[in-house]
Design a protein around this ligand. Structure first.
Ligand code: ADP
Ligand code: MG
Length: 539
């Protein structure tokens, strides 16, 4: 074997070693992330307080104060405390919130269904947190960006993403992407969407548009279309208040097998305010009632899951039916409860935080001793460190693998340009010629009598054989084709093409293999080809 070929094999082995390191490190990262999320809890409650608006009665002393995991509310001379998994104060940024949600979004690639829900009174910032504003996107767009980044940089291209958007309005479902895509055929009455619960526990939504998204830009424009299609009606709490739930679903599929890896639900819930306060009448009152019913059904479901109850009342609302395979076991759920800083909204704030307390359940509301809290925090910090370090090293490994692969590619190209005898084409045909000669020798040894009938050359195969022979002779005589210098390596690629090459390939390899005229050579050549095509990838 020639010197260059040995060098190349060493490079191939290096790549394989890097890939194996990548895979074991990725497994380690996944275990650490799983443990981390398990310790933190598979259903978590965050709270976010919106900053004062200019029109509100601004006070120096706020009735509500936020600590890392505690919300304190002063009301009628008494103080109430609510424990949450993470509290975001008025100065919290979209980045701060997303940073806490990010590991959960990433866990979708490890097969966990994810559900992020924004809960709260109208006007407290649910849409701000989920959608964001121009130049300062919320969780949905940040999550999509993250998913595409993961696919292109971290994981591999085998994953595909699809997106759906629907609205639950007064107990009925509306496909927000279908309405926008076909404005002339917009007919929600005839377009029926039904929720099918499979015995396996998975949920399918029949009739819902599930659009493939190829990149972040396309995902953003589709999301914006869906957003604009949302039904809104105004109450006197907030002029653009939404009296419907808006759900964005992203499905991660394994592109090779088309299998669903996970579902991510990002939900901007309808306002949770009490109907008395809104002063709503007629249609708007009905909308409010419907919202309140579905929110209380959601609270019941999450509380039952947290308490590990045998029966979980998913069927009590369309919202919980839709989310039923993404709230339970194996799923990662975050509910972000939103509150207003204003004294005027104090009663609503207390209602919201009471809801949060309920969904956090008895188990997690139990006051942990200071000692246990410290141990827990230490373990979380350790696992967080392991996950982050593994992520950093995975990035480096990915770059190293990419560099090693392109170095091999460049060498191959340079050798071909130099007229090196290691050109993939020459190798392929010399291999073919060697096989031909070898087969001829065997045939001679066996004698004409033992040659099976199907191996006897036909007229056309004789013509092809002589054409091939001439081609091989030309090759041998050409500046590329000195047989004594040739080395074969299975790692060569078939990337080099050209008229001369394709002509030869089609004459000597493809025809022989496909039509079976060179029955001795055909299968052998086919066996070699997959080796030539070998691709290094971390998938
Ligand atoms: P909701 O969806 O709960 O009804 P919105 O998201 O529409 O509430 O928020 C109401 C208003 O408050 C919007 O003008 C929004 O931009 C603003 N707002 C909400 N939260 C924040 C925040 N954290 N920082 C800055 N502005 C906010
Ligand atoms: Mg809103």
């Amino acid at each position: 074997m020639g010197e260059a070929s040995v060098e190349e094999m060493v490079e191939q082995e290096d790549i394989m070693a890097l890939q194996s390191r990548y895979q074991s490190l990725d497994a380690k990262r996944r275990v650490a992330l799983d443990k981390l999320l398990d310790i933190k809890g598979s259903i978590r409650v965050f709270s976010r307080i919106r900053p004062f608006k200019s029109a509100e009665n601004w006070r120096n002393s706020l009735p509500i104060s936020v600590e890392t995991d505690k919300i304190k509310v002063k009301s009628l001379g008494s103080k109430k405390e609510f424990i949450v998994d993470h509290g975001f104060d008025q100065n919290s940024t979209q980045e701060d919130v997303y940073k806490e949600v990010q590991p959960i979004i990433k866990s979708a690639f490890d097969g966990h269904n994810v559900c992020v829900l924004a809960y709260g009174q109208t006007g407290t910032g649910k849409t701000y947190t989920m959608e964001g504003v121009r130049g300062n996107p919320g969780i949905v767009l940040r999550a999509m960006e993250e998913l595409f980044r993961e696919i292109t940089q971290e994981k591999c291209e085998k994953y595909t993403l699809t997106m759906s958007m629907l609205e639950v309005y007064m107990g009925s479902l509306k496909d927000l992407l279908a309405l926008k895509q076909h404005p002339l055929r917009m007919d929600p009455a005839t377009k029926s969407i039904s929720i099918m619960a499979r015995t396996s526990g998975t949920v399918e939504i029949e009739g819902l548009t599930d659009a493939e998204i190829m990149n972040f830009k396309q995902a953003t424009s589709l999301y914006n279309k869906g957003r604009r299609a949302r039904v809104t009606s105004s109450t006197n709490v907030n002029e653009t208040s939404s009296r419907s739930h808006c759900l964005t679903r992203i499905i991660v599929r394994d592109g090779e097998k088309g299998k669903v890896v996970s579902k991510i639900w990002l939900v901007d819930l309808g306002g949770s305010e009490r109907l008395l306060k809104t002063g709503a009448l007629g249609q708007t009152l009905d909308e409010g009632k419907s919202i309140n019913l579905s929110l209380s059904a959601l609270g019941d479901v999450i509380a039952a899951l947290k308490q590990k109850k045998h029966h979980v009342p998913y069927r009590n609302s369309k919202l919980t039916q839709l989310l039923s395979d993404s709230l339970g076991e194996g799923s990662r759920v975050v509910m972000i409860v939103h509150t207003s800083p204003s004294e005027d909204d104090l009663l609503e704030t207390i209602c919201t935080l009471t809801f949060a307390k309920r969904v956090r359940s008895i188990e997690s509301n139990r006051e942990l001793s200071e000692e246990t809290k410290k141990i827990r925090q230490k373990r979380i910090a350790e696992l967080d460190h392991i996950t982050k370090e593994a992520e950093k090293e995975l990035q480096i490994l990915k770059v190293q693998i990419g560099k090693a692969e392109s170095s091999i590619r460049e060498k191959n190209q340079a050798q071909f340009a130099d007229g090196s005898p290691r050109s993939p084409l020459v190798l392929e045909h010399v291999e073919f010629a060697e096989i031909s000669q070898h087969a001829e020798k065997i045939m001679k040894k066996l004698g004409p009598k033992v040659k099976p009938h199907f191996m006897a050359p036909t007229v056309s195969s004789k013509q092809r054989q002589s054409a091939t022979g001439e081609s091989i002779q030309k090759l041998r005589n050409s500046k590329f084709g000195h047989k004594k210098n040739l080395n074969f390596s299975g790692s060569h690629s078939l990337s080099v093409t050209g008229p001369f090459i394709s002509n030869l390939k089609s004459k000597s390899v493809d025809q022989g293999a496909r039509r079976g005229s060179h029955s001795t050579n055909g299968p052998t050549v086919r066996n070699i080809l997959p080796q030539h095509r070998r691709r290094t990838s971390i998938c």
